[in-house]
Design a protein around this ligand. Structure first.
Ligand SMILES: *C/C=C(C)/C=C/C=C(C)/C=C/C1=C(C)CCCC1(C)C
Length: 243
């Protein structure tokens, strides 16, 4: 059997490797901190740990797949996202629940995130020839999520949930607006004609490498960073929660 090692100029394999380690470390951190997390935030911190743990398992697999085949592990990338993005929606629901969030809001966020991801998957794998159209459908669902969080129900509920929740929700809203916006950039780099008919990276191998690196960086920022915002919310003094 051929001996596999990461060549020092293989940045794709390297970011898969670092991604695996970072997601593992974050999961251990969130899980071990559960014991001294106040009861009311325990589920939220647990979900942060589940998000990075699911990603760690997928990254471990994607790392191996990429190293052995040299290809982009698109299918497992999307399986990971389809599990973890709805869990991020659960995080928004959990922190606004005390201010009266209804389960209906959670479903809106989850359905929109599924539309966003399924459309992206179709554009990347089934109909790459019409990747722009699928990207636009996906983008519309993305903007709807950002709208709910910035101006819609999530924003309104967060305002009435006390200054700490309002502040944390605002930071998470920035993650959705800026951190999540990195993904369409990866999609545009990776798909031929992805930028409204313009191809940014013409060599197919280079395009898929660029896409993987961008997705890997985005995942580290969004999954670990997002979890740390929830974690720091769970550490804010109880007194300031009264309002
Ligand atoms: C942990 C994984 C996360 C937070 C993944 C988020 C993924 C997105 C926000 C993907 C968005 C896309 C678009 C808005 C248009 C192009 C297709 C996608 C799926 C890359």
């Amino acid at each position: 059997m051929e001996h596999l090692k990461i060549a020092s100029d293989n940045y794709v394999a390297f970011t898969f490797f670092i991604g695996t380690m970072a997601m593992m470390a974050a999961s251990v951190f969130f899980f071990f901190e559960l014991g001294n997390t106040p009861q009311k935030w325990r589920t939220s911190v647990l979900v942060s740990g589940l998000i990075t743990f699911i990603a760690a398992v997928h990254y471990y697999y994607m790392r191996g797949y990429n190293l052995e085949t040299g290809d982009s592990p698109t299918f497992f990338r999307y399986v990971d996202w389809i599990l973890t993005v709805p869990l991020m929606c659960v995080e928004f629901y959990l922190i606004t629940k005390k201010a009266g969030a209804k389960i209906n809001l959670l479903w809106k966020l989850i359905v929109a995130s599924l539309v966003m991801l399924v459309a992206g998957y179709i554009g990347e794998t089934i109909y790459p020839g019409s990747s722009v159209m699928w990207g636009v459908i996906s983008g519309a669902a993305y903007f709807y999520i950002a709208y709910l969080i910035w101006f819609g129900e999530v924003a309104k509920l967060a305002q009435t949930a006390g200054p700490q929740v309002a502040k944390a929700t605002r930071i998470l809203a920035w993650f959705v607006l800026v951190g999540w916006a990195i993904y369409p950039l990866g999609y545009i780099l990776g798909t031929p004609g992805g930028l409204f008919g313009f191809t940014l990276v013409s060599d197919p191998a280079a395009a898929s490498h660029a896409m993987d690196i961008v997705y890997n960086i985005a995942d580290a920022i969004n999954k670990i960073g997002f979890g740390l915002v929830i974690y720091s919310l769970s550490r804010t003094p109880e007194v300031s929660m009264s309002k």
